[in-house]
Design a protein around this ligand. Structure first.
Ligand SMILES: Cc1cc2nc3c(=O)[nH]c(=O)nc-3n(C[C@H](O)[C@H](O)[C@H](O)COP(=O)(O)O)c2cc1C
Length: 176
């Protein structure tokens, strides 16, 4: 979600992934151009869910989320949270019967992953306004993912700050 090249968030997530030994699949959700769920998509999805037919392409991201062994999400800090396309993506993953289910009116997570990593970068400081991190943590809990770890680099757009050093220091905190 960066105009031109040089996304700092991408630099951090690339660093994390390039140091992983395991194979991984990536989706650039800004490329996929998802918009928020609309009434017709929701209606179609509800009907498929009720019929227990999860073969449709509409469930692609929910299945990926459910089957992954580890999930890494990366998004810049925008307007105190994250770009809307990430919400649109998460809307596609919240599917009863794939990523969670109801059991005695309680939501139970169905995702295999034990760990979700959330990577973000901010021009200023996130401080107590970690709404993106809190939201991703909430999503992970519903999906049954127990460990959530956030890595961040902050103050990148503050004049006089050494953005390269901030990014390097953030990479050094990563446990991969
Ligand atoms: C639309 C937009 C909204 C932003 N909102 C905030 C904000 O609320 N707080 C903040 O500290 N930085 C904000 N920033 C700055 C970005 O968080 C910062 O530049 C970040 O490193 C961008 O990541 P990127 O290099 O991967 O694009 C905003 C940037 C953009 C483009």
């Amino acid at each position: 979600m960066h105009v031109g090249g040089g996304s700092r968030t991408e630099e951090l997530v690339d660093y994390y992934l390039s140091n992983k030994k395991e194979n991984y699949e990536t989706i650039d959700i800004s490329d996929v151009r998802l918009s928020g769920l609309d009434v017709s998509e929701l209606d179609r999805r509800n009907k498929l869910e009720e019929a227990g037919d999860f073969s449709d392409e509409i469930f692609r991201y929910a299945k990926m989320m459910a089957e992954a062994e580890e999930i890494v999400m990366a998004a810049p800090y925008w307007d105190l949270s994250y770009p809307a396309v990430l919400k649109a993506f998460i809307e596609r993953t919240f599917v009863r019967g794939i990523t969670f289910k109801y059991d005695d009116n309680r939501q139970l997570g169905l995702c295999k992953a034990e760990k979700l990593i959330f990577i973000t970068t901010a021009g200023g400081f996130i401080g107590e306004n970690n709404y993106s991190g809190a939201y991703i943590k909430g999503v992970s809990e519903i999906f049954g993912i127990k460990k959530i770890k956030q890595y961040q680099a902050e103050g990148l757009d503050i004049i006089g700050n050494d953005a390269k050093k901030i990014l390097k220091d953030s990479k050094a905190t990563m446990k991969i």
